[in-house]
Ligand binder design. Structure first.
Ligand SMILES: *Cc1c(COP(=O)(O)O)cnc(C)c1O
Length: 356
């Protein structure tokens, strides 16, 4: 892989970033009259009148310990979606460069590229949802700036083969992003352990899934300090609010609660998968390392509509390439999963009755 600075869009090499008041003075002082804040406090009961730490140092220090990385290897954003957008904006010259994605996969990579007027090359996964390494490396050239991999993959649920990812990290000319939004539900370690070996590796994680904090909007990118400093340079100065930073710290202090919830969800996943397997309506239950499962049913549209009618919303993926006839189901509470199973069990009777 080329030097990170050679991959970067040339105009960013000498970009002078916005210098916030907190950048210019971040030491201890008694009187802050530098940021035009309200000195009296806030309209709310608690005070939020001061701008937050632009680099979220406390959050990163705790996260670095949990994830066994250095805090300089962490970028925090307003959801992973912000990291995806910043990566595309930093490395892809519109009208010239492109990203490579491997459908069926998470929709935001393409949307973010589309918004930035960056071309997207789509190379389908294999029938068992693994990357076609030779295909990808053949299709790649010096304008292939980012390859997005999702492991465990959304919407299929499976992990991407480790050896395939390793070969892509070795052979791909641009950045390789491994989106690990669901890694806490998987039986393998994170690629973040391999950052030192692969300067072109970016690992995405999020507080939205296992940590149960989707409403906060806090996403994580792990990468080399050099790449992290590029993202820091182009991000909006105060991209993570004080409330979000405080709540993330609170959550990390309750690491055990998160772990416990993950164990409950994994237990429920085993139960739900076994029950789905036993239902005549379900043609196939796909293996999963995430907090959701993809299933194949006959006439997916109708099954989806039937569930909506019962007040149960699943994700209809039946018109996605390689996911024909498939629904994606999030693992719910025991009671929710039970209700879903009951509706599934009732479905054929209704279909038969309608036909008669
Ligand atoms: C849910 C999800 C995310 C999380 O996005 P946030 O913006 O952090 O909420 C990222 N990647 C994938 C594949 C996801 O499914």
């Amino acid at each position: 892989m080329a030097d990170i600075r050679q991959l970067l869009r040339p105009h960013l090499l000498n970009l002078v970033p916005y210098a916030s008041a907190r950048d210019e003075f971040s030491g201890e002082a008694a009187i802050f009259l530098d940021a035009n804040e309200n000195p009296l406090g806030s309209a709310t009961a608690e005070s939020y009148n001061r701008y937050p730490d632009p680099y979220q140092y406390q959050v990163k220090r705790m996260l670095a310990k949990i994830k066994c990385v250095k805090h300089e290897q962490i970028f925090l954003g307003n959801g992973s979606d912000e990291a995806i957008d910043l990566l595309i904006r930093a490395f892809c010259e519109p009208g010239k460069d492109h990203i490579i994605i491997l459908p069926p996969t998470y929709g935001m990579y393409k949307v973010s590229a589309d918004v930035n007027n960056v071309a997207v090359r789509e190379l389908l996964l294999t029938a068992d949802y693994q990357p076609r390494v030779d295909n990808i490396l053949e299709a790649a050239n010096e304008n292939s700036k980012i390859l997005f991999l999702c492991s465990p993959n959304n919407p299929t649920g499976n992990l991407q083969d480790r050896e395939a990812i390793r070969q892509l990290l070795e052979g791909f000319p641009g950045l390789v992003v491994v989106d690990e939004a669901y890694i806490d539900f998987a039986k393998v370690g994170s690629w973040a352990e391999k950052l030192a070996e692969h300067p072109n590796l970016v690992v995405l994680q999020t507080f939205s899934k296992a940590w149960g904090l989707a409403a906060l909007r806090l996403g994580i990118a792990f990468a080399s300090p050099e790449l992290i400093s590029i993202l820091n340079k182009i991000k909006p100065p105060y991209n993570v609010s004080e409330l979000t930073q405080d709540k993330a710290i609170e959550a990390m202090r309750s690491y055990d609660k998160m772990q416990l919830q993950v164990q409950v969800i994994l237990h429920e996943r085993r139960q739900l998968l076994a029950a789905l397997e036993a239902l005549p309506l379900i043609e196939k239950v796909y293996p999963t390392d995430a907090n959701f499962v993809m299933v194949k049913v006959p006439a997916a549209r109708q099954v989806y509509a039937f569930l909506v009618d019962k007040g149960i919303i699943v994700r209809d993926r039946s018109r996605v390439a390689l996911c024909e006839g498939c629904l994606r189901i999030t693992i719910g509470t025991p009671a929710e999963n039970e209700q879903l199973l009951q509706e599934f069990a009732a479905y054929p009777a209704i279909a038969a009755a309608a036909e008669a």
